[in-house]
Ligand binder design. Structure first.
Ligand code: ATP
Length: 437
């Protein structure tokens, strides 16, 4: 995969308050990246810096290896979907999605496009090596401006050339009539390709329908946006952002306002939309389940710093520290000692494990996930205790077993009554050893 965006040592302070403390991050084409962390950790600020809505205090933001900090938000190849989707209440679904495209074809926007083109070329022309390249660039610029002013310009030029050929024909020659007719046929074919208002509207309709289908809203074109559920409104907002064909879509907690069921449905749909659109999504959330479901890559943040970057499975199975372990899922976190490679000790018992590369007798933290623990008959493993509480969670029981050293939380489908004496067991692969931070 090709690298698209890179943050290099990005910091941000609001007055005395340092909210980003040196963020380094690489984001690739077609990736679904989630910035995950508790409220106030700096996720939204990071997203806003990428979108160009906030300037960093120091550091660089690169897009395709070029620093984009001087490029204002509206000129970056990014589009943002916010938590509170601002749809136009007086427009229906179709017109809400078509809005951006219509804007592009009005006069003010045509002038804006021309100005932007001129700005872009200005720099290129200034840096051109010689006068020949300068001239070429100027011609290219004029060509592009003509095309923006009149999308049929090239076709019109072709017709002009053919008409000149007709003029130049020898009227006395025997095949004059046939040649002239052939040329006129050619003109007719070219004219059929003209972008008329009708053709333009058809192209716009096709595009709007393509994106409405992508967000699963076929048949809703003429529905007023008031008459949509929260999830449907959010899909309109996503289609409206996608139709501008950005390279990157920035999503700031877009599902936060939805109820749980809709949110879960939308999680799968968003991933599907991202795959179909073939662009990069950068998604902000404080919901670990959401992050695990959708992401190719999760960036766990805390207090203005990145804690861990990795695939959902890696973050879940191999959390780098206790913060990540606690934030990503329920865990039993235990202090222990790494006796040697593949041997760890906690609560006075040495266990074989799969971790290595620590110092001998190094103090470590150990994660045991509740779903990795089993309740076994008393005395069949070194950890024994009493069932302290039992709660039914829909698919499993959450059972706390109190030992002399601690309480273990266990997820199991086997019911155990409170007060029963049991043992707790696990495999060596289930022990996750982490450096203490
Ligand atoms: P949340 O999930 O609550 O939105 P977050 O991780 O997205 O949190 P940010 O919105 O990036 O966090 O905010 C990080 C810190 O920066 C917070 O302490 C916040 O109060 C502060 N902050 C954000 N924007 C500004 C601002 N414009 N002026 C001053 N402080 C700000």
């Amino acid at each position: 995969m090709k690298k698209l965006i890179e943050l290099r040592n990005v910091t941000k302070a609001f007055g005395e308050n340092v909210v980003l403390k040196g963020i380094n991050l690489e984001i690739y084409e077609n990736e679904f990246v989630t910035l995950l962390g508790p409220s106030g950790c700096g996720k939204t600020t990071t997203l806003r810096i990428i979108g160009g809505f906030v300037d960093p205090s120091s550091g660089e933001v690169l897009l395709n290896e070029k620093n984009i900090l001087d490029i204002p938000a509206h000129k970056r190849p990014t589009n943002t979907v916010f938590q509170r989707y601002a749809l136009f209440p007086h427009l229906d679904v179709f017109e809400n999605v078509a809005f951006g495209l219509r804007m592009h074809s009005n006069k003010v926007n045509i002038q804006m496009q021309i100005n932007k083109l001129k700005e872009d070329y200005q720099l290129k022309i200034e840096h051109a090596q010689d006068s020949k390249t300068k001239k070429l660039l100027k011609d290219e610029l004029n060509n592009e401006i003509e095309l923006i002013k009149d999308p049929n310009i090239h076709l019109k030029l072709k017709i002009k050339t053919i008409k000149e050929k007709i003029q130049a024909l020898d009227k006395t020659s025997a095949d004059y009539k046939t040649l002239k007719e052939n040329y006129q046929k050619e003109i007719k074919t070219i004219k059929a390709d003209f972008e008329t208002p009708k053709v333009r509207e058809q192209r716009l309709t096709d595009k709007v329908m393509k994106y409405l289908a992508m967000v699963n809203l076929q048949g809703y074109e003429r529905r007023s946006v008031h008459k949509l559920s929260g999830g449907q409104q959010q899909r309109v907002a996503i289609a409206r952002a996608l139709i501008n064909e950005p390279k990157v879509l920035l999503l700031d907690e877009p599902l936060a306002a939805l109820d749980l069921k809709l949110r879960q449905e939308m999680q799968y749909e968003l991933k599907e939309i991202q795959r179909n659109a073939g662009i990069t999504f950068i998604f902000v959330t404080h919901d670990q389940e959401e992050a695990l479901t959708m992401s190719d890559k999760i960036v766990v943040m805390n207090d203005g710093e990145i804690q861990q970057v990795g695939k959902p499975e890696d973050i879940y199975n191999e959390p780098i520290n206790t913060f990540v372990a606690k934030f990503i899922g329920e865990s039993n976190i235990i202090e222990g000692i790494m006796i040697d490679d593949y041997i760890v000790e906690f609560d006075g018992v040495k266990y074989p494990c799969v971790d290595y590369g620590f110092k001998r007798n190094q103090d470590v933290d150990i994660v045991l996930r509740p779903e990795d623990l089993d309740i076994v008959p008393l005395g069949t493993s070194p950890i024994s205790g009493v069932v302290d509480s039992v709660a039914f969670k829909g698919v499993h029981y959450e059972i706390d077993v109190k030992t002399k050293d601690r309480i273990y939380t266990i997820h199991t489908t086997d019911y155990q009554p409170e007060g029963k004496e049991v043992s707790v067991s696990f495999e060596k692969e289930d022990i996750h050893v982490m450096e203490k931070w």
